[in-house]
Write a new protein. Structure first.
Length: 222
């Protein structure tokens, strides 16, 4: 059953959404503020988040940033803010879709179905990513032939594989894997990337998948 986390401080909105989603066999949890939403998401691991931007404690955009620090689940913004600047800010922060209030429930449910379909396809693709002679399954955290990766290697590899052909800056990788206090420790990246290439690339000295962009970061080429 698909899990949906509703984040809104308007009780009537939460009630209407809950009734409609439960009637269509979704599993639903609720949060009335951003702090609760982040905690609930970490504990419950929803498949999709429906998020209001105008929360009483922290900005909805900051909730998006908080979620995107560790998950790629779809985030559908449901907001009374109809200005293009708000939409652009939310989408740039990592939201997948944006619906303005008042809204038609049928349209919202169609957006939910579309977002969960896209996520399911993406997860299926991530179950069989090939690097050299190895097949990586990110959904189960396994590598063919029983090859073992450390938790740090998995974290780095997942960040790259979930963003094919996209440059992941050194700063971003350090912040997401080691935390914001380590964004200058670039020697961490060199050490662990060398280990990943040794384990996965056919010729670690001449990698074709785990690519270094000198002075900038790293890129996964499928």
């Amino acid at each position: 059953m698909t899990r949906i986390l509703l984040v809104d401080d308007e009780p009537q909105i939460l009630r209407a959404l809950r009734i409609n989603l439960l009637a269509r066999q979704y599993e639903v949890a609720e949060a009335a503020d951003g702090t609760s939403a982040l905690r609930q998401a970490a504990d419950w691991h929803p498949d999709l988040v429906i998020l209001d931007l105008g929360l009483p404690d922290i900005a909805g955009v900051d909730v998006i940033h908080g979620l995107r620090g560790w998950t790629t689940i779809p985030i559908l913004v449901l907001s009374g803010r109809a200005g293009s600047a708000d939409k652009v800010e939310a989408l740039d922060a990592g939201a997948d879709d944006y619906v303005t209030k008042p809204f038609a429930i049928d349209e919202l449910l169609a957006r939910v179905r579309a977002a969960t379909r896209r996520a399911a396809v993406h997860e299926a693709e991530l179950a069989a990513v090939r690097i050299g002679d190895h097949v990586i399954d990110l959904t189960r955290k396994t590598v063919s032939s029983g090859l073992r990766l450390t938790p740090t290697e998995w974290h780095m590899l997942e960040l790259l594989l979930r963003n094919p052909d996209k440059l992941i800056s050194q700063r971003q990788m350090l912040a997401e894997v080691w935390g914001h206090h380590h964004v200058r420790e670039t020697h961490y990246l060199r050490q662990y990337m060398a280990q990943l290439r040794k384990k996965l690339e056919r010729d670690p000295a001449h990698p074709v998948h785990l690519i270094t962009e000198p002075g900038m970061g790293y890129r996964f080429k499928p």
